[in-house]
Design a protein. Structure first.
Lengths: 422, 89
């Protein structure tokens, strides 16, 4: 199946959408972006590799400030048009070799009851940063917008925008990277099973977002519905339903669960993917008892920590993150020549409090929607913004139908005992 | 640490050890927690909780079972310490 996606210009974009309670001023955001790239040129950089071969790296243009990403501004006549524009952003692949890896857009809508509103949309080439990094970027831009009258931003001491390189010697990192590679190979003895079987065309990336409210028992430890293993088990149950309806075999599938490596208590790095992956593994038939599956997934996660697999994965990501997907697939057995399928799940937790006010407007809601690689990929993503619990399902057209996506969202909502947010 | 003298564990000392572990391996250097700080509010997530459980297993010789992982036992480093001392007595 992977041959289907070759030379198709498959998008590796990710979106961050922030809804505000009034209309945003594009000039303010453009000014903040220009000030930001003067301090940190990453959003204006290009992905380069020395000829004929060398390490991929981000290279800043000579005059980064003048190449800050432009802010696109569009007024919509109906609120219904917004979702189509967001999906278009997701599918309009960024080529970081020839253009900035970040796009910024403001879409103004007029909803009678709420009055004029804006959606601020960041679209980026995923290896530039992870969603938490995008949240940090917004906080930095908001800070630069607020600091006026000649005052130095961050009191003259800007935060570190990227993580320091791993100080361990290359030999040690190489050993850990190989350990992670061996682990991944051992996890997938069987060929993956894909709901995208029979797809004749790569298909567009689609996503659906829903907001809910309800008590999610944050302080209950592993009895908390905020626990990632519980959420993953719920998502697994809804996916198993999809498997059954498709008549797919009951073979184990892997779910990469992203783990934020930033130290807790402060925002941490903006650029680079500060993530490791834990690979949860279960069969569709394991999902009938969600509580039992939660325990199994927790045991798997504990073993991964105990065996150092999380650390090894973080090191392996350092080697892999800027490589083309085709090279990554070599490390996932069964994907280079046979069926491919990626099923991803993550909880981004709280949208950070810093951008509660963004460019003079209050943040009403915020969520992210990525293209899930390799194709055909499906992702289910959680996050919270204020009292809203967001659920985003991202998929490739043809791999799932809209009613199946609706069933996944409803299955998770029911398991979480959430109510639709108004 | 030897697990031979668990019955004589000092709650203050255990709370300090758990707090030190959390600050050294989980928290940002500029945002250390104190023994009575709410760990979830400080930013600890599912993975961080498992790290604390592995620390307890390595240093006090037992694994906290799922049924004991309730807010009263895990809300703060001191709550962990109280549980560890009770369990070890």
């Amino acid at each position: 199946m992977q041959a289907l996606w070759k030379r198709e210009g498959v998008s590796n974009n990710t979106l961050m959408v922030v809804h505000c309670d009034g209309q945003l001023d594009p000039a303010r955001i453009a000014r903040a972006l220009e000030r930001f790239v003067e301090l940190c040129p990453w959003p204006a950089s290009r992905l380069r590799r020395p000829f004929p071969w060398g390490q991929l790296h981000w290279a800043a243009p000579a005059n980064a400030a003048s190449e800050a990403p432009a802010v696109r501004h569009q007024r919509l006549t109906t609120p219904d048009g917004l979702h189509g524009l967001l999906e278009a952003e997701l599918n309009h692949a960024i080529d970081p070799r020839v253009e900035p890896p970040l796009r910024v857009a403001i879409f103004d809508t007029m909803i009678d009851a709420a009055g004029p509103q804006s959606a601020l949309v960041l679209t980026w080439f995923h290896p530039l940063m992870d969603p938490r990094g995008a949240q940090n970027l917004l906080a930095h831009l908001a800070h630069l917008d607020e600091v006026v009258d000649g005052r130095a931003p961050w009191g003259g001491t800007p935060p570190a925008f990227a993580t320091e390189p791993d100080p361990r010697p290359l030999k040690e990192r190489g050993r850990l990277g190989r350990q992670s590679q061996r682990h991944m190979r051992a996890l997938v003895p069987e060929s993956p099973v894909s709901p995208g079987s029979g797809l004749a065309h790569p298909g567009l990336i689609r996503f659906e977002q829903a907001s809910f409210v309800g008590d999610d028992h944050g302080l209950g430890g592993v009895h908390s519905t905020r626990e990632i293993c519980w959420r993953l088990a719920l998502v697994g149950r809804t996916m198993a339903d999809l498997w059954r309806r498709r008549g797919l075999p009951d073979v184990p599938f892997l779910v990469p669960v992203s783990i934020d490596l930033r130290p807790k208590g402060e925002p941490g790095a903006t650029f680079g993917n500060v993530l490791a992956f834990h690979f949860a593994r279960f069969k569709p038939s394991d999902t009938s008892d969600v509580a039992a599956l939660t325990r199994t997934l927790r045991d798997q996660m504990t073993e991964a920590l105990r065996d150092g697999q999380i650390d090894a994965s973080a090191v392996a990501m350092e080697f892999l993150k800027y490589r083309p997907v085709s090279l990554m697939l070599r490390d996932l057995p069964g994907t280079a020549t046979r069926e491919t399928f990626s099923f991803n799940c993550a909880d981004l937790a709280d949208f950070p409090p810093a951008p509660e006010k963004l460019f003079g407007r209050r943040v009403v809601n915020a969520y992210h929607a990525p293209a899930v690689l390799p194709r055909p990929g499906v992702g289910v993503f959680f996050n919270r913004c204020g009292i809203r619990n967001n659920l985003v399902v991202s998929w490739v057209e043809g791999a799932m139908k809209e009613e199946e996506v609706t069933r996944i969202i409803e299955g998770v909502r029911e398991g979480m005992q959430w109510r639709p947010a108004r | 640490m030897s697990t031979g003298n668990l019955s004589r564990l000092d709650p203050e000392e255990v709370a300090r050890a758990v707090t030190e572990f959390i600050n050294a391996t989980i928290m940002a250097r500029s945002r250390p927690v104190r023994p009575d700080d709410d760990l979830e509010l400080a930013g600890l997530d599912s993975m961080a909780l498992l790290k604390v459980l592995l620390f307890i297993e390595a240093h006090y010789g037992f694994w906290m079972p799922d049924e004991d992982l309730v807010a009263d036992n895990i809300r703060t480093a001191r709550a962990f310490a109280t549980y560890i001392c009770r369990r070890s007595a």
